[in-house]
Design a protein around this ligand. Structure first.
Ligand code: COA
Length: 140
């Protein structure tokens, strides 16, 4: 695999947005991505393949010991090859280094997060679209 995982930088905002805008979720804005990259307490990662961003994860510190994952996104043609797993593993490593003990997410992709030990704790019916957002939580 030639893919590389790195922190996202401000020049990546447009390219990450080009992946997220396909999900029709109004919360996914360029301002959100910019904020997650600029804020030193947040974590924004990218995976590149020959210089092209193929996957990204963005999460924000919520208080001293918790993170909220805003997005984990992989371009359609690169899915089911382990890129989301790479992003999640790197995220957990960095979040632990920053002192996180708890992680939450709201996501339509319940199965992915169950693979990483998250439990469903709530559900927002048809939130920002046709799909339910599942609120999930785990300790790290
Ligand atoms: C969900 C998503 C990030 C998965 O990315 P991916 O690179 O295909 O995932 P991976 O190949 O790394 O798979 C990781 C694990 O989750 C599982 N998985 C991934 N997508 C899954 C799905 N749709 N249903 C069931 N299991 C799934 C894989 O089998 C794998 O498990 P394993 O490692 O135990 O074998 C990708 O489909 C995506 O970008 N979806 C749209 C964006 C979205 O809605 N994101 C959630 C918002 S937070």
């Amino acid at each position: 695999m030639t893919a590389k995982i790195q922190p996202a930088i401000i020049e990546d905002v447009e390219e990450i947005y080009s992946i997220l805008k396909g999900f029709n979720r109004p919360a996914y804005t360029k301002d959100l991505i910019t904020d997650l990259i600029n804020n030193k307490d947040s974590i924004c990662l990218k995976i590149t393949d020959n210089g092209k961003i193929i996957a990204s994860l963005g999460a924000r510190a919520e208080g001293r010991d918790a993170f909220w994952i805003y997005f984990v996104a992989v371009r359609i043609e690169y899915r089911r090859k382990g890129y989301a797993r790479q992003l999640m593993e790197k995220f957990f490593e960095e979040a632990k280094n920053k002192g996180a003990k708890r992680v939450a997410v709201d996501t339509p992709e319940k199965e992915l997060f169950e693979r990483f030990g998250f439990m469903e704790v709530g559900r927002l019916p048809k939130w920002q679209g046709e799909r339910d957002q599942i609120i999930m939580f785990r300790e790290i």
